[in-house]
Structure formats: C-alpha cells, structure tokens
Design a protein around this ligand. Sequence first.
Ligand SMILES: NC(=O)c1ccc[n+]([C@@H]2O[C@H](COP(=O)([O-])OP(=O)(O)OC[C@H]3O[C@@H](n4cnc5c(N)ncnc54)[C@H](OP(=O)(O)O)[C@@H]3O)[C@@H](O)[C@H]2O)c1
Length: 285
Amino acid sequence: MTGTILVTGATGTIGRRVVEQLTRAGAPVRATSRSTSNPLAGIETKLTGTRADDLLAGCVAVLVVAPALGTAPAERLRELLGAANAGTVQRLVLLSTASASDPMSPTGSHHRVLEETAAEFAGALHILRPVPLALNTIHWWGPTIRVAGLAEGPYIDVPMAPIDEVDVADVAARLLLSGDEPSGVIDLTGPHTLSSRAQIDVLARLLGTHIAVREIAPDEVRNRLGAAGVPAAAVESLLRSFHVAAERPLTVSGAVERITGRPAHTYEQWAERHLDAFQWPMMEA
Ligand SMILES: NC(=O)c1ccc[n+]([C@@H]2O[C@H](COP(=O)([O-])OP(=O)(O)OC[C@H]3O[C@@H](n4cnc5c(N)ncnc54)[C@H](OP(=O)(O)O)[C@@H]3O)[C@@H](O)[C@H]2O)c1
C-alpha cells in the first residue's frame, strides 16, 4: 500500500495498539499527541493541534479517536474532514461507542454528534461502536479484589458482552489498511454474553481464590463515583449501558471475526493477559 495512515489518540488504549498493528504490516504511520517528548519511539508524531492540512498531507486513511479532538470536538472533526476531502484520504475510521444508539446516554449523544459530522467525509467511512471494554473491569473490581477478595457492581446478573481492547484496535487497523469493507456502522462486542457475576467467577477461577460478590444499587454507584470525582455524565452513561442490556438482551456481533479473520477474544482470554491487575503484588522473599 502507498500513503500514510494517520492515527489520532495514538498514545491511548486503542491508538497505541493500532499503531503497533499498522507498523507490523509495514504501513507508514503518522501519529498525534499533545506530548512533545517523543512518546512513540520511531513513529512520526505531530502535535494534536497541528493544522489539519499539514496533519493529513499524503495520508490515505485516518483513525479518529474522540478524546484527541480536544475541547471543541465537532469543530476539530470538521476541520479534519475538510482537509481529508480536499486531499488524498480514502478511508476514515471513527471510534464511537455502542451508547451512540441510546438516545438517553450522555456519552452516546456526544458520539452521535461526531458520527453525524463524520458523514461529511467523501470517502469510505467506518463507524466503530464497541460495547464497554473488558478493560473497565480492572477499574471496577481490581482494587477491591486485590485488598479484600470482593467485587461490587450494579446489574450484577445482567448479561453483557465485554470486548477486548485488542479486538477493537485490530478491527480499526484492518479497516485502515484495507478498502474492502463498505461504509457503515460496525457494532463490536465480545464473542458471547456473560453477566458481571459470571465475569467475576472467571477471575476467581483464574486467580484460584474465592471472590465475594455484592450487588449495589445504581444510586450507590452515583454516590460513590460522584465522590470519587467521576463526571455525572460518565456515571449516567455507564449505568445506561447496563440498563439498556437489562431491558433488551444484547446481540453478539460477529464483526471482529469477519473483519480480522480470527474469533473475538473471550473474557477469559482477556483476563488471562490482565490477571496481574487483580492480584496483590508478590512480595520479594
Ligand atoms: N472504555 C470503554 O469501555 C469504551 C467503550 C466504547 C467506546 N469507547 C470510546 O473510546 C474512546 C477512548 O479510546 P481510548 O481509550 O483509546 O482513548 P484514551 O486512551 O482515553 O485517549 C486517547 C489519547 O487521546 C489523547 N487525549 C486525551 N485527552 C485529551 C484531550 N483533552 N485533548 C487532546 N487529546 C487528548 C491522549 O493522547 P496524548 O496524551 O498523547 O495527547 C490519549 O492517549 C472514547 O471516545 C470512548 O467513548 C470507550
């Protein structure tokens, strides 16, 4: 392939892995970051606020990650689209969220505006809508499992379909590299549904320990996360993800396997790679 691929948010959870995959495939990559201290060794990196036409010069494909659009995301996206449409960009991958299909989710509303804005792109537009990442379970349960063998959460028996961050990134990388996929929205889930309780059971089995499970009410989640400084919109969006799955069972998407050519990783496979995050560090003898 010829032409550079621009990865915005390239130091982040998804972007970092996308850069790795593209580099492995031999594609020329340009990254963005707010950091001036060379955060991605060996990768051409431009400052996040760089003029759009400079950023996109010679690019054939772009990954847009919302946090990297800054404080006026729709305006910044419009600037990027203007330069993309005037230049050589053929494919745009927008990392959105499954919540974009929920009119009552604050995070979903934010992403829907970006999805609608992205429709101004003249080339192939791929909108990725992943469900909550399996990675979130480290933040939810890691600290209390480590210190007290306890995991707490709302909607504890509602089936979810947590997705491995690696699967999201690998889908994005494949779409950036190949022009085979038609434009459209791509729902991304893990390969099967399992409740929070079932996910905690997986962790307990892998850790070889008992984990006590306690369901907490949505209002308790609001109080605790609010006190911890999590913005109310983020808390409501999280609760909406569970609420929506409780109201209408989640449909598992086969998109990871269809696009990457390999099955999506199970929660157990994800947990095997991240088990350290749920274990108290071993003390040196
Ligand atoms: N977590 C989930 O369960 C989930 C599920 C579905 C969808 N999503 C969506 O996925 C996206 C997050 O992806 P991610 O986790 O890969 O991103 P991330 O790691 O949170 O952020 C990506 C990069 O964006 C840059 N950045 C962060 N805040 C910024 C700011 N205020 N201004 C400019 N740049 C900023 C940072 O790079 P530098 O520090 O190098 O500048 C960061 O490394 C969100 O839009 C989220 O809604 C998440």
